[in-house]
Design a protein around this ligand. Sequence first.
Ligand code: SAM
Length: 267
Amino acid sequence: MQVNQKSIPHFRRLIPLWQKMGLPLRPREPVPSVLARLLSGRPAKLLMLGVTPDYAGFGDDLTALDWSPEMVAEIWPGDTDKRRAVLGDWRDMPFEAESFDAAIGDNAMTMLAWPDDVDAVLAEVRRVVKPDGIAVFRWFLAPDSPATDTELKALALSLRDKASDIMRWRFVMDAVHEAGEPTVPVRAAWRKYSRLFPDFGELARANDWDAAELAELDIYRESTAQFTFPTLAQMQAAAGRHFSSIELVPSGDYPLAEFAPFVILGR
Ligand SMILES: C[S@@+](CC[C@H](N)C(=O)[O-])C[C@H]1O[C@@H](n2cnc3c(N)ncnc32)[C@H](O)[C@@H]1O
């Protein structure tokens, strides 16, 4: 399967929203603090998948790898002598073997088509991280069974003063069950919440969402992006092809955190 190039216009549309974006999609506190604890004690030549600004201060030396010049220009806080963004593909990294003490990534695996691209990236991470190093990814995993419509509706109507991202992301994660595979088009989520809420007015009233917030729900209608959410067992099988140690640590207490553990991989 081809890597998810279709996500590129999707991210372009999200760039103006990045500053206000919060958890669960952007790793605000407490997520960076939990990650810092997981990495502590390691000599810190770090590789980051993506240009996550919230992690830009990590490590003694940080290399952020992303294939999008626009994301580097708009999201990355800029290079210094301790950090730099490099343009390139996670599936074919422009680095020598064993160049890094650790690799990190926030919600990066979701961007990759299942199973080939996830496999290719895990193989590359194993290659470029030193044998005693680790990789720590906040990785969204689908629950083993679908949510009921009642559960999804209850979540969607409980988001007063919270962002519609939470609802969008929960619905797209749920779509893996209908699709029967981990990689799903975000449009499937839009179809489902449009069916459950034919008039977004109910959401606006329950959550006090303004027109801008409701407009974000329509990003998924026009998007051709696909995202990937393996179940725990599927993730363990994929990671287990490259790493012998797979550990899960909760990433915090925030909406949807139960689906987004830190997955720590080691040889
Ligand atoms: C790390 S992810 C998720 C966003 C994350 N939660 C954050 O706040 O940074 C998004 C990034 O992945 C990049 N990306 C997706 N697939 C890629 C690939 N195969 N190689 C390099 N970059 C990729 C996109 O360009 C985008 O900048």
